[in-house]
Design a binder for this molecule. Structure first.
Ligand SMILES: *Cc1c(COP(=O)(O)O)cnc(C)c1O
Length: 224
């Protein structure tokens, strides 16, 4: 199997859905990304600012780059000129910095709020309470150079598919709830980023609009 075949198989699975595919190219060399690009794929995700910025300079300019990893405020400036979407926003302070850098670049940057849905302890992602607090904060309304385009989440890494489904469903319910509560101008809930190689089929069934797939396209990674 090669990269183009892997992409085609995945795209066939997405044919009758509203879901799009992000090819997660983290740790993979530019030649492999070009191979995917030459087969017609244009949306790629990286989880480190340095790699994202370096690859974006060297690779075709019509690639849509998604930042999917934890983002530090002092690094936003390196990706603000070109990034297509930031999936991993988990604080108002980070959002304010993205807004500032977006304005400098005369852009509006699409952001997803990362929600902690897994059972596992991790540092990343908003709790449901913190999500509500952020969405209702008066400071959010003043951020005119970002758009809250949806939610992102990662399910527990487990073989228990009912657990995974439960977590994705929780995120979906949150998404529907926020979408129905017509809030600030800069909130436009349309993307639900959930599903990776091990759990994307469940994610699609539960309403994902963006699956983030690395291993099933590029093969296993040696390091993360
Ligand atoms: C690495 C990564 C993925 C892709 O993981 P695979 O299991 O290789 O598909 C998806 N989302 C995030 C946030 C990642 O860091």
């Amino acid at each position: 199997m090669n990269i183009a075949d892997n992409l085609n198989l995945l795209k066939r699975e997405l044919e009758d859905t509203q879901c799009r595919l992000i090819a997660v190219s983290k740790t993979k060399p530019e030649e492999m990304i070009l191979e995917a690009y030459d087969s017609g794929h244009k949306i790629f995700g990286e989880n480190k600012v340095q790699d994202l910025a370096a690859k974006a300079v060297n690779l075709p300019q019509d690639i849509e780059w998604h930042m999917i990893g934890h983002l530090q405020r002092n690094k936003v400036k390196y990706i603000a000129p070109f990034v297509g979407m930031i999936h991993s926003v988990d604080s108002l302070r980070l959002l304010a910095e993205i807004n500032k850098q977006a304005a400098k670049n005369k852009r509006v940057i699409d952001c997803l709020l990362q929600v902690h849905i897994a059972e596992e302890e991790t540092k990343f992602g908003l709790t449901t309470d913190k999500l509500t607090e952020l969405l209702n904060s008066s400071e959010l309304k003043d951020l005119r150079d970002i758009r809250i385009a949806g939610l992102m989440g990662m399910a527990t890494y487990t073989d228990d598919s009912s657990q995974i489904r439960k977590e994705f469903r929780m995120l979906r319910d949150l998404f529907d709830q926020v979408q129905s509560e017509n809030r600030a101008q800069n909130i436009d809930m349309r993307e639900l980023s959930m599903g990776m190689t091990s759990d994307y089929k469940i994610a699609i069934e539960e309403g994902s609009t963006l699956i983030r797939i690395g291993t099933a396209i590029f093969g296993a990674r040696n390091y993360t």
